[in-house]
Ligand binder design. Structure first.
Ligand SMILES: Cc1cc2nc3c(=O)[nH]c(=O)nc-3n(C[C@H](O)[C@H](O)[C@H](O)COP(=O)(O)OP(=O)(O)OC[C@H]3O[C@@H](n4cnc5c(N)ncnc54)[C@H](O)[C@@H]3O)c2cc1C
Length: 357
């Protein structure tokens, strides 16, 4: 029995974005009925995070944007800056809490979107649709049937790839005693950090005011660090490289994003598709995912609105993926500690010319 036109598995960036778009797609046709299946509080829920992405002009989720920048900077190992003015684009920051509140507020008035809490175990094709099997908080089994299912659960393992690296990072939202930041410019890559033997590292500074910023230490390398090593790396960057002086750490975030040239399947059945990071929305050479999953979910909502089969398109063009395979291979194999300037220039090219990050 089909309970909904669409079931969305997972209420992360991709699941919430798709639900938001489908709720708002009622013009002309009737909006599809949607069941959004979200994991109960616990280990399956991703920790709070910050999403940054490029966008031209006003955007769908601007009410949740914490800050945005028109000027970007990268620095080579000697600290020499390269600036980019990315107008008409802006680099925007959204915190996941604010995004969730915005989506919850907008969905509250839509009776065609139903939110159900449960741990999804399986999704299977059946004639005319698909069945999602889940367990509620008490462990009771439940089945949801839908014409189409969009699954954003992280895949258990990655498909085979020529190159797989990890982008892993740890950052602090800091408040400094002295005015230490220039709010108009985001520092995307600062290669003055000590370079690991096997990979590359850089600092990242997103100023929110003269005294406030998100400051992160990032590595592209085969393995994450220990919690102590991350803390030491961020401390070294704030104290010895940026020389911020006295500061208070308001909160912290840690992340690991696989960077791979593997092809992620976007269709796993006649009626079952993958979206978001699980559906290949992560850009291999940078780890950026948020803009890619917006392109995917926008296309899915448009296809459903027009009565077409809603296969999520690739989040990145074939040309972008081909261009990425080179830098990714290069990041994984070369003596990166000596290559800061070259990578900074590549990044500058990305900032200046490639809008589909
Ligand atoms: C700390 C961090 C910072 C990042 N910053 C950026 C950034 O600045 N810019 C950018 O573009 N990208 C960024 N990324 C990468 C990417 O945007 C995020 O990983 C993004 O959250 C991916 O969204 P998603 O919906 O595809 O996956 P997720 O957010 O992982 O969502 C998956 C959902 O599935 C649910 N789920 C899992 N298992 C089950 C189950 N069995 N049953 C029911 N539900 C389940 C989870 O609870 C979750 O809600 C960052 C990643 C991290 C980790």
């Amino acid at each position: 029995m089909l309970e909904a036109d669409v079931a969305i598995v997972g209420a992360g960036a991709a699941g919430l974005s798709l639900a938001h778009r489908l709720a708002g797609s009622g013009s002309g046709r009737r909006a599809p009925s949607v069941t959004l299946l979200e994991a109960p509080p616990g280990p399956l829920r991703p920790p709070r995070r910050t999403w940054c992405f490029w966008e031209a002009g006003p955007g769908r989720f601007d009410a949740a944007v914490t800050a945005s920048w028109r000027c970007l900077r990268v620095r080579d190992r000697a600290g020499r800056p390269i600036h980019g003015d990315i107008a008409p684009l802006r680099y925007k920051m959204i915190r996941s809490d604010d995004f969730e509140h915005l989506v919850a507020r907008d969905l509250a008035g839509h009776d065609r979107v139903r939110r159900v809490e449960g741990t999804v175990d399986t999704v299977e094709d059946v004639p005319g649709g698909a069945l999602v099997r889940l367990r509620d908080r008490e462990g009771n089994p439940r089945v949801v049937g839908a014409r189409w299912v969009f699954d954003s659960r992280p895949p258990g393992s990655l498909p085979a790839a020529r190159t797989t690296l990890l982008q892993h990072f740890h950052g602090w939202f800091v408040r400094t005693a002295r005015p230490a930041f220039a709010p108009g410019t985001a520092e995307l890559m600062d290669f003055r950090t000590p370079q690991p033997a096997d990979g590359l590292s850089f600092g990242y500074v997103l100023p929110l005011g003269r005294h406030d910023a998100l400051v992160e230490y990032t590595e592209f390398s085969p393995r994450p660090l220990t919690p102590d090593a991350y803390e030491a790396a961020v401390r070294h960057y704030t104290d010895d490289v940026l020389r911020l002086g006295d500061l208070e750490v308001l909160s912290a975030e840690t992340g690991v994003i696989p960077m791979t040239d593997a092809v992620m399947p976007r269709r796993t059945g006649q009626s079952v598709f993958r979206i978001g990071a699980a559906g290949g929305a992560t850009r291999p050479s940078t780890g950026y995912t948020f803009a890619g999953l917006q392109r995917q979910t926008r296309a899915v909502a448009a296809a459903l609105g027009e009565g077409r089969r809603p296969v999520p398109p690739p989040a990145h063009s074939a040309r972008s993926r081909a261009m990425d395979a080179g830098p990714l291979y290069f990041h994984s194999g070369a003596t990166l500690g000596q290559q800061g300037t070259r990578i900074a220039r590549e990044m500058h090219d990305i900032i200046g010319h490639n809008l589909s990050v």
